[in-house]
Design a protein around this ligand. Structure first.
Ligand code: NDP
Length: 475
């Protein structure tokens, strides 16, 4: 029988995804630009070999798949995807589906859709989260494209997706770039989540002078409570891991310079383009950038010194640890609220009709930000799918009211102690700005009118739109 699906790109993600597909009883044809990788992959596939058709030419590969052919392209994002699609196209027939499963910028995905519009070929932009382990045993999968293309791949993707209480973490989210957009925001939230954890670690390390192992214990305890999540779980593990060479905690030997591949930055750019605040994600992206200028930071520490604040003091360590746990939860709510608000606006601008409860639902397992917390978001959005912001749903409003005091105390303590907490502080600033009916932009509007005659609206609705500034600026 012909293969149900094809996959190009046997790198880390592609080979694991292919094994997952084969293991779930789907016959799969595979191809890789470098033939050696295909041979090696097949040789190591063990008993799954019977489900795999290794192909050394594109022609052979395409012929091995049942039409209309769904072909997953899981290669380096960007230009390589365009090159690979061009090489593939001459062999394809009407209704065949090229599926870009890499971390594409959704604007590239939109362009690829447009380019294929009159070709008879179709396209899916598919976000896959969960890293290597997720790809092998169950990722979270975010699909964008035509609904009929989705129907062709629904069965295979459902079989390989992560399950949260039997519920598969895969869904069709909308047309064209919807899947890759949602994956981008997933990664943006992931940046914020990771940064907030790192900031709390910083308070414990540099404020409370705790060792990596002790901090690992704290995260381990938190993982049993409301913060229970994959990222907290692995944070405990990385903090407790010892370096095999020196026996020291490995985190103490890892250089404090973070890498990034672009999805966090894209989240922020798109949020800014649409005028939706995503300050926690912005802070997280900026924190990675500042981390990368290590030598500048070292030079600045020599010039400025650390803040002259004396010893970091907390009156009651147990109470402070409770505050840190609540503060992390509060800040996390802020980051997720922002991510979902960005998606809601994109949904309007790109006519995707993104299903918010479904997005939260398919993030509950398989992906990097998976957590019990996402189950609570699913419930909140299911009750109120069109709510303006997550933090005004009854359940999350209660959580914010319960935890924001702790966030305020933690951010204050960090500020007074000279410890940087840009993401935590941004979440606090977001809550405080968003919940205040009367803000301070009346002054901004007055200034704009003063220097640029930009005009303003009045609270009393009166029909006078310029201030009495003189120099002929009055209306
Ligand atoms: P790898 O570096 O492991 O593999 C890269 C693959 O791309 C190889 O198969 C390589 O083929 C192929 N490739 C590179 N350039 C070209 C080209 N011009 N034409 C054809 N094939 C090419 O990457 P990953 O598996 O880690 O990542 C693949 C995609 O998945 C990326 O978009 C990544 O962002 C995304 N992703 C990765 C995650 C991860 O945790 N690693 C998580 C989620 C998404 P060859 O063997 O010939 O070099």
């Amino acid at each position: 029988a012909q293969a149900e699906i094809g996959l190009i790109g046997l790198g880390v993600m592609g080979s694991n995804l292919a094994l997952n597909i084969a293991e779930k009883g789907n016959k799969i044809a595979v191809f890789n630009r470098t033939v050696d990788a295909t041979r090696k992959f097949y040789a190591e596939a063990g008993e799954l070999q019977s489900q795999i058709v290794p192909c050394e030419t594109i022609e052979e590969f395409v012929a091995a798949i049942r039409p209309p052919r769904p072909i997953i392209i899981m290669i380096k994002a960007g230009e390589p995807v365009d090159q690979q699609m061009e090489l593939l196209k001459p062999y394809l027939e009407n209704n065949d589906i090229m599926i870009d499963a890499g971390n594409a910028n959704f604007r590239d995905t939109m362009r690829r859709f447009d380019n294929l519009k009159d070709s008879g070929l179709t396209f899916i932009g598919m976000g896959v989260s969960g890293g290597e382990e997720g790809a092998r045993h169950g990722p979270s999968i975010m699909v964008g494209g035509k609904e009929e293309s989705w129907k062709r791949v629904e069965k295979v993707l459902t079989s390989i997706a992560a399950k949260y209480n039997e519920d598969p973490c895969v869904a069709w989210l909308g047309e064209n770039g919807a899947g890759h957009f949602v994956k981008t925001i997933h990664n943006g939230i992931e940046y914020a989540d990771m940064q907030m954890i790192a900031e709390i670690y910083g308070i414990l390390r540099d404020g409370l002078k705790m060792s990596a192992t002790e901090i690992g214990e704290v995260f381990g305890t938190w993982n049993k409570g409301r913060l229970n999540s994959y990222l907290i779980e692995i944070t405990e593990k990385v903090l407790k891991a010892a370096d095999p060479i020196t026996g020291k905690p490995i985190v103490d030997l890892i250089l404090d310079k973070a890498g990034q591949k672009g999805t966090g930055k894209w989240s922020v750019i798109e949020a800014q383009n649409m005028g939706i605040p995503a300050t926690a994600i912005e802070a997280a992206v900026a924190a990675r950038s500042i981390s990368s200028v290590k030598s500048e930071r070292e030079a600045a520490e020599k010039v400025l010194g650390l803040p002259a604040v004396g010893e970091f003091k907390v009156a009651d360590k147990a109470a402070f640890l409770k505050d840190l746990e609540s503060a992390l939860l509060a800040a996390k709510i802020g980051a997720y609220a922002q991510g979902f608000a960005v998606m809601a606006q994109a949904s309007r601008e790109f006519n995707w009709n993104l299903p918010m409860p479904t997005i939260a639902r398919i993030w509950r397992a398989g992906c990097i930000i998976r957590s019990v917390f996402l189950d609570e978001i699913t419930t909140a959005f299911t009750k109120d799918p069109n709510v303006a912001n997550l933090i005004v749903t009854p359940a999350f409003a209660d959580m914010v009211k319960e935890t924001d005091g702790a966030l305020r105390r933690v951010v204050s303590a960090a500020a007074l102690g000279g410890l940087p907490v840009p993401a935590l502080a941004s979440a606090l600033g977001y809550f405080d700005s968003y919940r205040r009916g009367r803000g301070t932009a009346n002054v901004i509007q007055a200034q704009r009118d003063f220097f640029g005659a930009h005009g303003f609206d009045r609270v009393d609705g009166a029909d006078a739109h310029h201030g009495p500034w003189g120099s002929g600026l009055n209306a």
